[in-house]
Ligand binder design. Structure first.
Ligand code: AMP
Ligand code: GLY
Length: 424
């Protein structure tokens, strides 16, 4: 099979690599891809958000499948348009992608179907939102823009002043455009966070191995929220018992709820969970593989990836057994100095071989450019140094030894991925 992957980050690199391991794949294309992906797949320069452009590229390449990996094109209906043009695509259609595209939709879905989540209220009027927050007088207050906001739409306000600023940024200044027309104000929860990605074909749900992201920029969970500074799989806080409970209380009810709403979810559904003292709660749903969760989950997949993707598209997920390697996997992100605030691009990266790799690790490229045989930074998150080990400690030792060999001016990374000693 020839497969076109739509997207440009470390997640897409991990997807491309996993597709290349399949016995079923012939050629892999990626648009727009990046420096590292271009060593593994033929890249094109159509933006991942350009639906008409991707449809026309697909008509030109005639791949057997298109894998839409990113949230924006999924929420905007790229899979619907690809299907209309007669192509097979992996990823939810527009109606199902609303589970990530609108927090108001997903919160109301959870309420209607009794799926455990943080208590909440929805507001379209900034004054009403603020007087509610003031009347609750309970901080931190969690304020979320309804729509997509590049991972920046969640503000944890420590006091009234911060809450006022958050409402102003989201609803009045429209920092995230129409995504801020409505806000969700939510109860603040505590507990370890777990990411569970699951294959879904509209009826059947098969969770993948668990993982844990590290969202804050700096060691000790300090600094600003980022797209994710590193991941480990499995998540040390997620027991088999908890997995069984999440299946009954969250995964199956969600897939059934989406089907009952006439929005069967086909693709990868991401459950962002918090394990609170009162039980597991859904913090967020995403309609796609997480980034950098995909980078630690996919390398542990034993079953042929393409067989699973076909089973999802053909609604035959119940007919396939999905197997995983027992190894642990770790991904440490090397980011540009200053990220997630302002940072430079075009800085030369040293320490990688001609294919952008390093012996002993898999280097998933997130924001790189390849020019005249040299790799340059081209984004906030630059590389994901990914290693497998017999346990998390072993994988972490390898990743941290190898990341030292890579350098670029301003490079920053967290030193405590997978080493959080959390007491809840
Ligand atoms: P999101 O962009 O929805 O993943 O949210 C970003 C981060 O904000 C999450 O990973 C959590 O750490 C935090 N967060 C979101 N909702 C809540 C909540 N209700 N209580 C506590 N933390 C939250
Ligand atoms: N790592 C979080 C996300 O992909 O949304």
């Amino acid at each position: 099979m020839n497969i076109l992957v739509v997207g440009a980050g470390g997640r897409e690199h991990a997807i491309v690599r996993q597709l290349l391991k399949s016995k079923k794949t012939d050629k892999i294309f990626c648009t727009p891809g990046n420096g590292g992906i271009s060593c593994d797949a033929q890249c094109f320069d159509v933006a991942a958000t350009d639906i008409a452009g991707v449809v026309s590229l697909t008509q030109q390449l005639k791949p057997d499948m298109v894998f839409v990996a990113m949230d924006d094109p999924l929420v905007a209906g790229m899979v619907d348009e690809l299907n209309k043009a007669g192509f097979r695509a992996f990823g939810p259609d527009k109606k199902a992608a609303a589970i990530e595209g609108s927090k108001v939709f997903s919160k109301n879905l959870m309420k209607k179907y009794g799926i455990p989540t943080a208590g909440y209220e929805v507001f379209s009027d900034p004054d009403a939102a603020l007087s509610y927050i003031r009347s609750q007088n309970s901080y931190p207050a969690v304020i979320k823009a309804d729509g997509l906001a590049l991972g920046k739409g969640v503000i944890i306000a420590e006091d009234e002043q911060m809450a006022e600023a958050a409402i102003k940024t989201i609803m009045l200044d429209k920092a995230f455009g129409d995504s801020g027309n409505n806000v969700v104000v939510e109860e603040f929860l505590t507990g370890p966070e777990v990411s569970v990605l699951a294959f879904c074909d509209g009826k059947t749900v098969k969770p993948m191995v668990s993982s844990m992201d590290h969202k804050r920029a700096l060691d000790g969970d300090k600094g600003l929220n980022t797209g994710g500074m590193g991941t480990v799989s499995p998540n040390p806080f997620y027991s088999d018992e908890m997995a069984a409970r999440c299946m009954d209380e969250i995964f199956l009810p969600t897939v059934r709820a989406m089907a009952a709403e006439g929005r069967p979810f086909k693709g990868c559904l991401y459950f962002g969970l918090m394990l609170t003292k009162k039980g597991p709660r859904v913090i967020e749903y995403n309609c796609r593989f997480g980034d950098p969760e995909a980078q630690v989950v996919l390398p542990r997949l034993k079953t042929d990836f393409v067989d699973i993707l076909n089973a999802v598209i053909d609604e035959k997920l119940d007919e396939i057994d999905i197997e995983w390697y027992d190894d642990s996997c770790v991904c440490v992100i090397a980011a540009s100095g200053g990220y997630p605030s302002a940072y430079r691009k075009g800085v030369e990266i040293t320490g990688l071989d001609e294919k952008g790799q390093l012996d002993g690790a898999t280097i998933f490229h997130a924001g790189t450019k390849l020019t005249d045989g040299k790799f340059y930074t081209n984004g906030g998150r630059v590389l994901g140094v990914t290693t497998l080990g017999r346990d998390l400690e072993d994988a972490l030792d390898k990743a941290y030894a190898l990341i030292e060999k890579i350098s670029f001016d301003g490079m920053q990374y967290r030193h405590d991925i997978g080493r959080k000693k959390i007491i809840y």
